[in-house]
Design a protein around this ligand. Structure first.
Ligand SMILES: [Fe+2]
Ligand SMILES: [Fe+2]
Length: 141
């Protein structure tokens, strides 16, 4: 069996997020659906920041990291507001739009570039780290 790559792992993560977002949209009164989306997005963003972005912050070579981090904060803010039922309809729509453009930036620009520019061993290390965060072994490295 072919080994999963870092890009494949991330794209799979993103499709899980889109699916949960879609479930929530269809049933926006459901606490359960909202909580599933919230939990997944929180874990995913945390993992990206700890396993991937930190590497680039050290190198200061990639300007889009700043944008991606700002978008993570904005997503956190929207999720918090939706959790408090603040302007539910409007904020849900904002969440959907921002999530789409955020994931687009990651999938079309950031991860392909990372895939092109990093050594195989670096990518492998990031993938292992990313997986360990997602599996809940926070702090493991
Ligand atoms: Fe992200
Ligand atoms: Fe992502």
């Amino acid at each position: 069996m072919k080994k999963e790559t870092l890009m494949e792992f991330m794209f799979k993560e993103h499709s899980i997020i889109f699916k949960l977002l879609e479930d929530f949209e269809k049933d926006s009164d459901s606490e359960e659906k909202f909580n599933k989306l919230k939990e997944k997005q929180e874990n995913h963003a945390f993992m990206e920041e700890k396993a991937i972005f930190i590497f680039y912050q050290k190198n200061k070579k990639y300007p889009e990291i700043t944008v991606l981090l700002e978008q993570h904060e904005e997503l956190r803010g929207l999720i918090k507001k939706i959790g408090n039922k603040e302007n539910l309809k409007n904020n849900s729509l904002k969440l959907k739009k921002l999530m789409a453009s955020h994931i687009k930036l990651e999938q079309e620009k950031f991860y392909p570039r990372l895939n092109k520019e990093l050594e195989e061993s670096e990518k492998q290390k990031m993938l292992e780290k990313a997986r360990s965060y997602i599996l809940g072994n926070i702090g493991f490295n």
